[in-house]
Ligand binder design. Sequence first.
Ligand SMILES: NC(=O)C1=CN([C@@H]2O[C@H](COP(=O)(O)OP(=O)(O)OC[C@H]3O[C@@H](n4cnc5c(N)ncnc54)[C@H](O)[C@@H]3O)[C@@H](O)[C@H]2O)C=CC1
Ligand SMILES: Nc1nc(O)c(N)c(N[C@@H]2O[C@H](COP(=O)(O)O)[C@@H](O)[C@H]2O)n1
Length: 240
Amino acid sequence: MTSLVPPESIKPFLDSYLPQPKPNGLPFVTLTYAQSLDSRISVAKGKQTVISHLETKSMTHYIRHFHEAILVGIGTVLADDPKLDCRYFEKASKKHPIRPIILDPDFKMRSLYNSSTMKKVNAQKPIIFIGDHVVIDEVIELAVVPLPLVNGQMRWMDILKALQGMRIKSVMVEGGAKVINDLLVYEYEGKHVVDSLIVTIGSTFLGSQGVEVSPSRGLELKDVSWWTGERDGVMAARIG
Ligand SMILES: NC(=O)C1=CN([C@@H]2O[C@H](COP(=O)(O)OP(=O)(O)OC[C@H]3O[C@@H](n4cnc5c(N)ncnc54)[C@H](O)[C@@H]3O)[C@@H](O)[C@H]2O)C=CC1
Ligand SMILES: Nc1nc(O)c(N)c(N[C@@H]2O[C@H](COP(=O)(O)O)[C@@H](O)[C@H]2O)n1
């Protein structure tokens, strides 16, 4: 397998947004995704849509290289059947292990995992965050973390503390729309939990039927930087 190598100029651009140890011991959270010019991340619900050009797709793998875990919601798994691995590596023999984390309150992965591409290509088994109502009375090969649901939702701080308990020091959150829209505005004790926001903007419109990223309220960004490539732009920033 050949490594996905981003353009050289992306590396210094990303440098100050990559994970660093946090004084509170919680995992460093990078929120990153690719959107169209009309703020859509896919053409329709449940449809996988390529937005990133190769230069920014390879950037995503480069960013994965600096993280210990990669998190998506079950909606993304159902739509994309993702690999959630890291295909940027400096030595062919040294693949970077990145642990897939899936928010799956009803444990749909129980029946999906065996036929997934993830199982075929990714040696790192996912950790599934499930609702604590789920009954498991058979032997399963997946690692599950039951969490309480409040109005059907796991609290983000519960998720982050559970990751901290597993000694995971950095997590790259990639989507989908529900996860992104929630996390953009989530605060704990008055503070945002996202440490870096890295958004690829593809040179395309996906139309009004597309799955939209638009959080429930506006928010200010700081330390904003831009990189522009052949077809895509990338914005890196911090929230709040
Ligand atoms: N362009 C991009 O960068 C990306 C695009 N996508 C696209 O996004 C679409 C999927 O988006 P969504 O349907 O919104 O799916 P999603 O991946 O955000 O998953 C939503 C589901 O995850 C679970 N979930 C999320 N947050 C939770 C919480 N706090 N507590 C409990 N359960 C939680 C729930 O079951 C919820 O229905 C797909 O079309 C996919 O292709 C996904 C990732 C990245
Ligand atoms: N960076 C980026 N650009 C796009 O155009 C995309 N559609 C996505 N989607 C995300 O990448 C995951 C699939 O990638 P792997 O199979 O894991 O390599 C998918 O699940 C989305 O999270 N990302």
